[in-house]
Design a protein around this ligand. Sequence first.
Ligand SMILES: *Cc1c(COP(=O)(O)O)cnc(C)c1O
Length: 376
Amino acid sequence: MISPKRIFLSPPHMSGLEQQFVKEAFDSNYIAPLGPQVDAFEQEFAKEVDVKYALAVSSGTAAIHLALIHLGIQTGDEVFVSTFTFAASVNPIVYQKAKPIFIDSEPSSWNMDPGLLEKALNNRARKGKLPKAVIVVHLYGQCADMDSILEMCDRFEVPVIEDAAEALGASYKERAAGTMGYAGIFSFNGNKIITTSGGGMLVSNDVNFIEHVRKLSTQARDPAPHYQHSEIGYNYRMSNILAAIGRGQLKILYDRVRRKREIFNFYQKALADLPGIDFMPEAPWGRHSRWLTTLIIDPEKFGASREKIRVALEKENIESRPLWKPMHLQPVFNECEVVGGSVSERLFEHGLCLPSGTAMREEDLQRIIAIIKSFT
Ligand SMILES: *Cc1c(COP(=O)(O)O)cnc(C)c1O
């Protein structure tokens, strides 16, 4: 018997439009970094999320790094960041030799808890050492409680960077994820809602910010006919070919969001009535893109643990994954301070991401659902 093709968590899904833009790039011989596809991708992206400026870069991680460099973050500075996230939200803080301080999630959105953030800001204000920035992560396609978070950070005059790598297409009170803070970052890594095979975007309404990070991202060349440098630069730009892929992907972003939400609804309808299963809630303030369908399993009530389900799916060549392991539990960050922690610990212990690829067929979904139901 031939085993069925592997079902991945969130594989790339091309629209067919990408090749036209890639062909344009080839025909014009703009293969090397930069060129008209990059300019167009930046403009189209900025328009899509309704922000003034966008800078296409080599990854979401590079985008976060550039934002931190612009804010002057350096040795010994503190940066607050969600603990429930992927390590890429945090690593650039360490690149700058600054210290991450982790903030736990709230149960209602799984994102940064504004109450804990306020507590941590008050604590640091008393000590006279406020963080240099707050990186708030919008996880799995849902925005954090941005009004509360921005109000507090404004009060303490701390800039907010939104890590919207997983939340392109999500909204908060009609505003796009990633466009509410001082700067926002996005990722076009292979498993994100749209992909350029690898890449990222940095957005802001501040022209000085965008001009500076643009310069930093291309080796910090001063305006002069020769090569002159008065600060350290990086090679972080997106290539013209990858931007061409991005343009094709951007055109079908809202089809992908619609399909992601459909997939979520399909799982929810089939599984929500089982005892001990809780899907990631959709907070009242916005529209969840459902980049990944995620749930938590109470092993006592359900009769099997998250891990048992994951292994059973893997046996059938189906990829699922535990929720993110909180950063405060990561060996590499074990010296770092955390505010709260129990909410994300519980999510990690019992949570699972289900296959959410937008090209999945209904029979794939049925197969996954049948495996999960077989435990009850
Ligand atoms: C994917 C991701 C990133 C990093 O993006 P890359 O383009 O892979 O560098 C950052 N933060 C979060 C939350 C992510 O999921």
